[in-house]
Design a protein around this ligand. Structure first.
Ligand code: ADP
Length: 326
């Protein structure tokens, strides 16, 4: 209800009468007043102007569920948002919510994630102060072997949003990292729960370094943030809303074709090290080759030094540039 009140006031650029909000949402004036008091306490500057009604003059830089839900214009993505002030891992929370039956498109966000995970059991740091840590619950109508492509779909959405909101030269380090100036601004971790032949749910976690100024020493050389790269602070809610919007668009294409065939050229446009030498850290043996681009299934095509082509799938493998992390 709070998000609906917020949506009506936010969208009414010329003001909206309280009586109209009450009628539209079927709530009492007392209930509306209570919501308005809560919003004021959270930092929203909403005033009643004679002849115009309620108007919003400014809103706080917060990522509450009401703030995000009131801004979503999507069909299914981000319609339900759960906010946690602090949590171990939004992926763990989302998995729990998925097991309780929460619907496709449900999102968990947190202010502070204390034990985030990367791929292959690595840790994901969310330095205190304005990162995005969020996870999205999906119930895909595709077979379990297709789920890993969802990571690429999310990487594409994040890269698009970063490129649109800033003028940074954004790249994707296959499969799951969004990088700027050869440093990582975003990591993505996809986890699936399935029965033979059928996905129950997929959780896609996204960590983005937004307004971070300092990183812990272990990652200082390989991590960066939107603030560091652009010199500007960015609204986390703006980014979250835009990512969920772009993701919905790309995901629906993925689900209809059950592959990334329609997204290959967009993804390759962002691919770091395209047509350049990479080192493939395959547990069965490392090798170098030239990254050609992805195929319809999101695998990285690498031409080895002997001229042969190989398809790298994302499960066990990391790829590095020849001279560093990217
Ligand atoms: P990789 O990119 O090496 O294949 P992952 O995708 O699993 O690995 O990401 C985990 C790695 O990301 C960690 O080992 C760490 O080096 C790095 N990392 C952790 N937190 C951050 C962060 N906030 N920003 C950038 N990089 C990070």
């Amino acid at each position: 209800m709070k998000s609906e009140v917020l949506r009506l006031i936010r969208n009414a650029k010329d003001g909206i009468m309280p009586v109209d909000i009450c009628r539209e949402l079927n709530i009492s004036r007392a209930a509306l007043n209570q919501v308005l008091r809560q919003l004021e306490a959270e930092g929203y500057d909403i005033d009643e102007v004679e002849g115009k009604g309620l108007m919003m003059y400014s809103y706080p830089e917060i990522i509450s569920s009401a703030e995000i839900m009131s801004r979503m214009e999507t069909k299914w993505c981000g319609k339900q948002v759960y906010y946690r002030k602090e949590t171990g891992s939004t992926n763990e929370d989302a998995i729990e919510l998925a097991e309780e039956g929460k619907e496709h498109g449900t999102v968990v966000v947190t202010e502070l994630q204390t034990s985030g995970r990367g791929r292959l059991g690595r840790s994901w740091e969310s330095p205190k102060g304005e990162c995005i840590a969020m996870s999205l619950i999906l119930r895909p109508n595709v077979s379990p072997d297709k789920a890993s492509m969802i990571t690429l779909v999310m990487a594409l959405a994040v890269a698009d949003v970063c490129a649109k909101l800033t003028d940074m030269d954004v790249k994707i380090k296959w499969p799951n990292d969004v990088v700027v100036n050869k440093k990582k601004v975003c990591g993505i971790l996809t986890q699936m729960s399935s029965k033979p032949g059928k996905i129950d749910h997929v959780v896609v976690g996204v960590g983005i370094n937004v307004n971070v100024n300092n990183f812990p020493p272990e990652i200082a050389d390989t991590a960066t943030s939107l603030l560091i790269e652009t010199g500007n602070r960015h609204g986390r809610a703006d980014i979250i809303v835009a990512i969920l919007d772009y993701f919905e668009y790309y995901y629906d294409i993925f689900e209809s074709t059950e592959d990334v065939s329609c997204l290959v050229s967009l993804y390759d446009g962002y691919l770091a090290n395209k047509d350049a030498e990479v080192r493939v850290l395959d547990p069965k043996g490392e090798y170098t080759g030239t990254a050609q681009g992805i195929n319809d299934f999101g695998e990285l095509i690498v031409q080895k030094e002997d001229g042969s082509f190989t398809r790298v799938s994302s499960g066990e493998v990391s790829v590095r540039g020849l001279y560093g992390y990217v």
